[in-house]
Ligand binder design. Sequence first.
Ligand SMILES: Cc1ncc(COP(=O)(O)O)c(C=O)c1O
Length: 398
Amino acid sequence: MATTYLDHAATTPPRPEARAALSMWLDAANASSPHAPGQRARMAIEEARETVADALRCSPHEVVFTSGGTEADNLAVKGIVWAARDRGATDPHLVTTAVEHAAVLEPARWLADRGDVDLTVVAPGPDGRVAPEDVLAAVRDDTVLVSVMAANNELGAINDLTAIAPTLQERGVALHSDAVQAFATLPIDVPAWGVDAMALSAHKFGGPQGVGIAVLRRGLAIDPLAHGGGQDRGVRSGTFAAGLIAACGAAARAAADDRGSLATRLRALSDRLAAGVAGIDGVHRDGPVEAADRLASHVHLSIDGIASDGLILALDDAEVAASPGSACGSGAAKPSHVLSAVGIAGTPLRLSLGWTSTEEDVDRAIDVLTDVIPRLRSGAGAPTLSFAPLTDQSRSDA
Ligand SMILES: Cc1ncc(COP(=O)(O)O)c(C=O)c1O
């Protein structure tokens, strides 16, 4: 039986266009070399840059390729704070939210721990969204950066950046947004959203793993993370990964072309999934109530009266791939910081849909959950651990 894959928020399969571009440019010459093969590789990279810029409605000059969302987030958070310090901010202040991905929260805490920044972490509402007024209330005269994610990876909760951007602009505070989860189904418009920096990751929209995008507004003061050959305007040194970048561009084009219809299709599928599990005793849907406030791709459930480990094993046994929504560094489940921040107590389960998802996937997940949850609760039929799962933080914090 083929696996029913409902973990697209962790990574979504590469689109055919991305596979073709990757294999076409895998053995590209060094794109900084002056010879013809190098210049051909360079053209492929610049074409990908234009495609990505088109999809985000920004300028190609504002697109920097990174190794993924984590690097793009780190670049924005550390780079903007460090640049502010370089320009004389002696005790800069950073505002972010408790529901950010670790790729934002960890560098923010690291900067604060070493005394580079004073940090304020804004709490979300119970649906996982952050109130714009709470973010703005946290801004001070010495704030140099606000980082608010476009959409949350666990709950799919969408934040209204346009409600905070104008005030930040007036006050001269940079706005960064982690839009890693948003690209596949939300139309992104960098100028209209009013962000100065944005992080994206290709493997969340049908590109390969290991390549991402940092959007950096022209004129934004930012220090690089790595120093070296000075590629990409000196912000991101290192030989261009031509194959990955070309594939990222191809995926961005395919995803942007398909975005509207995909969102409509996934909205119908996620509604079907949520309705199908709503009748199971002790199963609650989390996140925003209004469809417009959550990604079309995400269904987050919390389930009463069962253990997370048993659920993961039972789903594995039934060949349903989903995310338990808890991080387990040593095999012991610990609650995710996002779910703790919003106060969700039951056993979490994130089911996330993507471009390959079908009605059959959804119906099979409903059948499996309808069967497995009461069985686990009654203690009957809980599968035993026949292998040691590879557990690390990244397994679910995706
Ligand atoms: C919201 C969010 N930000 C950042 C990341 C990190 O992206 P990457 O896996 O490309 O480093 C992820 C992926 O797990 C994510 O979901």
